[in-house]
Design a protein around this ligand. Structure first.
Ligand code: ATP
Ligand code: MG
Length: 432
């Protein structure tokens, strides 16, 4: 026998029990986004490789070593499975003139691909919900993004989530800081690790973001970008903080928060938790005023964020979150050929009036069908035996609360079922 095939390492199947949790999460997320006036957009999963090189930056972890890039076998085009959504979203907005004098609030969700070392909370195919506000320049939209995250954590009942913010200033301010940083790091050149040595002149800011414990002391004492911020950047950052304080939202300024993508400027933020081990960042984002122009659009300011769905759902479960398993209203069992044909008609009639119906398929005796009915979680079984079929009737059998089994005409079933479901819900509430 040939060896069974497995999914690609770091790319997970999401099985029904989990997929139901995902769907419930997606429902909550959709309502939440609509309540802030964001509109959906869907981009392709494959994009031209130069898009990510230009947007994310050549000297970043993502572009240097995490992208799934390949040449189209038919025309040699350089393509990449998207590692994130902002670049695609901005590309789409430019391509379709979405920004023409028109600020836009957009969201998307879906799979992203990064060739990383798989571990808990870090996968090669993972999923993000991304939010982008294109054409907005003030600190108001930065604050809106942060506050809307806080509301979602609240809606989901997440605990132990902390907000960290920082300002990366303008590109000129970053350049001045960068020069000071290089001079400082040159003084510690021999202590830097391989990544640090390599990035010293290409992307020294990223050295501040190192996870290497041996470099923490050096990084701690490095020149702070905060000391290089000019008046406008400070005003913007203070503006964001004022909105956060007005909302009573606690935050910590983390001077070393620089983010792993080059396109950010001014406000950046991360939501972190201590409950998920090393992969504790559940959501991250910030302002990227230069990106639209960098990708060839008419210059427009913008800000956004993305959350990692796998990490959020782990935390949700850590905090006691549980999905309600969707159950049918009715499980339909039948015995005999005439009954089976009647069962198809009854099932469609019930669905046509809005009920969720699982029709037993695959044959089997009455007893084994009733077992399936029980396992389905449905509150009622509709039973059609030969007798019922001949009389044009069905038996309605309660499966949960021991109520009485009744026989009704097929035409009367939808109404009777509606009444009985209402009664059993009221009993569950204890309101009778
Ligand atoms: P990290 O520092 O954990 O690598 P990042 O800075 O690379 O994160 P972003 O590009 O900002 O992450 O993506 C936003 C969010 O997407 C992260 O905060 C995280 O929740 C999630 N995320 C990123 N990479 C992965 C991954 N490989 N597997 C699962 N979730 C991920
Ligand atoms: Mg990363």
């Amino acid at each position: 026998m040939s060896k069974t095939l497995q999914a690609v390492r770091g790319m997970n199947d999401i099985l029904p029990d989990d997929a139901e949790v995902w769907e419930q999460f997606e429902d909550i997320v959709r309502n939440w986004l609509h309540s802030y006036g964001y509109r959906p957009i869907r981009m392709p999963i494959v994009e031209p490789t130069p898009l990510f090189k230009r947007a994310i930056g050549e000297v970043t972890d993502i572009v240097e070593k995490e992208m799934y890039s390949f040449e189209d076998a038919l025309n040699g085009e350089h393509l990449t499975l998207r590692p994130e959504g902002t670049a695609s979203c901005v590309r789409a907005a430019i391509q379709h003139n979405l920004l023409f004098g028109n600020p836009r609030r957009l969201y998307y969700h879906g799979p992203m691909f990064r060739h990383e070392r798989p571990q808990k909370g870090r996968y090669r195919q993972f999923h993000q919900v991304g939010v982008e506000a294109l054409g907005y320049e003030g600190p108001d939209v930065d604050a809106e993004h942060i506050l809307m995250c806080a509301r979602l954590w609240d809606d989901l009942g997440l605990e132990d989530v902390q907000l960290e913010i920082n300002s990366l200033g303008s590109s000129e301010e970053r350049a001045a800081h960068r020069a000071a940083l290089i001079t400082y790091l040159e003084g510690h050149k021999d202590s830097l690790d391989e990544d640090g040595q390599r990035r010293l002149y290409t992307n020294p800011l990223r050295i501040l973001d190192t996870k290497n414990p041996a470099l923490q002391a050096i990084v701690e004492a490095a020149p702070k970008l905060a000391d290089f911020l000019g008046e406008d950047s400070l005003k913007h950052f203070n503006g964001v903080q004022t909105f956060l304080k007005d909302a009573g939202l606690p935050y910590r300024i983390n001077h070393r928060l620089v983010r792993g993508l080059d396109y950010y400027n001014r406000t950046v933020f991360e939501w972190v938790t201590t409950r998920l081990g090393a992969q504790g960042t559940i959501c991250a984002g910030g302002r990227y005023d230069g990106l639209v122009a960098q990708l060839g659009g008419k210059p427009a300011p913008a800000a956004g964020f993305a959350m990692g769905i796998e990490r959020i759902l782990s935390l949700w479960q850590e905090c006691g979150g549980q999905a309600e398993r969707p159950t049918p209203d009715v499980y339909l069992v039948h015995s005999g050929e005439a009954a089976q044909r009647a069962a198809f008609r009854v099932a469609e009639a019930l669905r046509g009036t809005g009920f969720a119906v699982t029709l037993h398929c695959g044959g089997g005796g009455f007893k084994s069908q009733m077992k399936r009915a029980d396992a389905s979680g449905a509150p009622f079984a509709v039973v059609i035996g030969e007798d019922e079929a001949a009389a044009g009737e069905v038996s309605l059998k309660p499966l949960r609360d021991g109520g009485e089994q009744i026989r009704v005409h097929m035409d009367a079933l939808p109404e009777t079922l509606a009444d009985r479901l209402l009664e059993s819900e009221e009993e569950d509430d204890g309101s009778i």
